[in-house]
Design a protein around this ligand. Structure first.
Ligand code: MRU
Length: 352
């Protein structure tokens, strides 16, 4: 029987040289750990959103490169590097918007480039992938600690999608700030938007908060602005898939919450690690993932729309930075003007 308390969302199985992960498509009905032993299987799991959420994708990218390395039978270092590099490209293409995926892949490939032999490269790949995973936990804890300071002693927080333990190795980013606030003794109630069409809010955020005994109430995405108008929301906190020099990319629907929050004078916060920052790009440079029409036209066996209808299914949207009151990172809380804050965190060379 799987011990739910002790299991990370994604982990490296050193004994069997493969990746272990919680299949998020099965939640909340089933909590099941899967094993992934090939890069093709990992690519499939990422495309199907069995593994999802920006930091978890970063870890998956890193472990995917390690997997390609340990499974390779090449003995020539040049050919070995070519094969692992191609595996990295395959994984990179699975989800184009969440920058952490490419970040995790590049980080391990970069370290492997220092190796003088295939055996050394394999060792480096596995070690670095494990470091990426371990760092994620520390990052979320630190970020949570900074973020909870933004929470009043008693408050109701709206969140969108799932930026929780399931989207990371554990703890979470947006939900990490909530967990840290609860841990600090604050009285926090959470309003979770269901997050159509794949319901990461109702399926995942509600599941993990309930499991931790945190007060959570589910709403349809479309009622968020009305609750703000009624004074029922004190702040909004969401995660991010990519932060460019001018915008925050996150799950589709985030932008409308930011617009509504600004209109109603509700603070809108983003919680994300520095690995989500992509300051050398602007919003217009980024490919927003479009997903299959079936996510909107059916639910299981039930048809939700007439056959032949046109469908536009963006997985993410971009919120301009002027609607973001603060960005919580593992090194502190960034405030506008962001060009200034980005410079202060030492990433100014890349800012566009
Ligand atoms: O399509 P998903 O479920 O991978 O989208 C996830 C999100 O949009 C999260 O909010 C984001 O990755 C931040 S996770 C800490």
């Amino acid at each position: 029987m799987l011990d739910e308390e002790d299991t990370y969302t994604i982990a490296w199985d050193a004994e069997n040289e493969c990746i272990l992960y919680i299949d998020q498509t099965l939640l909340p009905g089933r909590y099941e750990q899967m094993r992934c032993a090939t890069v093709d299987d990992l690519a499939r799991a990422i495309r199907r959103l069995e593994i999802r959420g920006a930091p978890a994708l970063g870890i998956a990218g890193a472990m995917g490169v390690a997997l390609a390395a340990v499974r390779s039978t090449e003995t020539d270092l040049g050919r070995f590097s070519g094969e692992v590099g191609r595996a990295g490209e395959l994984l990179r293409g699975t989800r184009p918007t969440a920058v952490n995926l490419a970040w995790g892949i590049d980080r391990v490939l970069g370290k492997m480039a220092l190796a003088a032999s295939v055996a050394e490269a394999k060792k480096i790949a596995v070690a670095e992938a494990q470091i990426v995973a371990e760092e994620d936990e520390l990052t979320c804890r630190r970020l949570g600690g900074f973020g909870e300071e933004l929470f009043p002693e008693r408050c109701t927080v709206l969140t969108h999608c799932n930026a929780g333990a399931l989207a990371c190795r554990c703890w979470g980013t947006a939900l990490g700030t909530i967990r840290s606030a609860v841990e600090a003794g604050k009285d926090v109630r959470v309003i979770a938007c269901e997050t159509r069409p794949l319901n990461q809010g109702s399926r995942l955020t509600c599941w993990e908060l309930l499991r931790d005994g945190i007060d959570v109430t589910l709403i349809p995405d479309s009622s968020a602005a009305y609750l703000m108008r009624k004074g029922m929301i004190d702040l909004v906190v969401v995660g991010a898939d990519r932060i460019t020099g001018d915008a925050v990319f996150n799950k589709i629907g985030t932008y409308m919450h930011a617009v509504a929050a600004r209109h109603h004078g509700v603070p809108f916060y983003v919680a994300a690690p520095l690995s989500t920052f992509d300051l050398s790009h602007r919003e217009a440079d980024i490919t927003v993932e479009e997903r299959d029409r079936s996510e909107l036209t059916s639910c299981g066996d039930r048809r939700l729309a007439p056959e032949g209808v046109g469908v536009l299914n963006y997985a993410f949207d971009a919120t301009p930075l002027d609607l973001v009151d603060a960005i919580v990172t593992e090194i502190g809380v960034l405030r506008p003007p962001y060009t200034e804050s980005f410079r202060l965190v030492g990433r100014d060379r890349e800012v566009r």
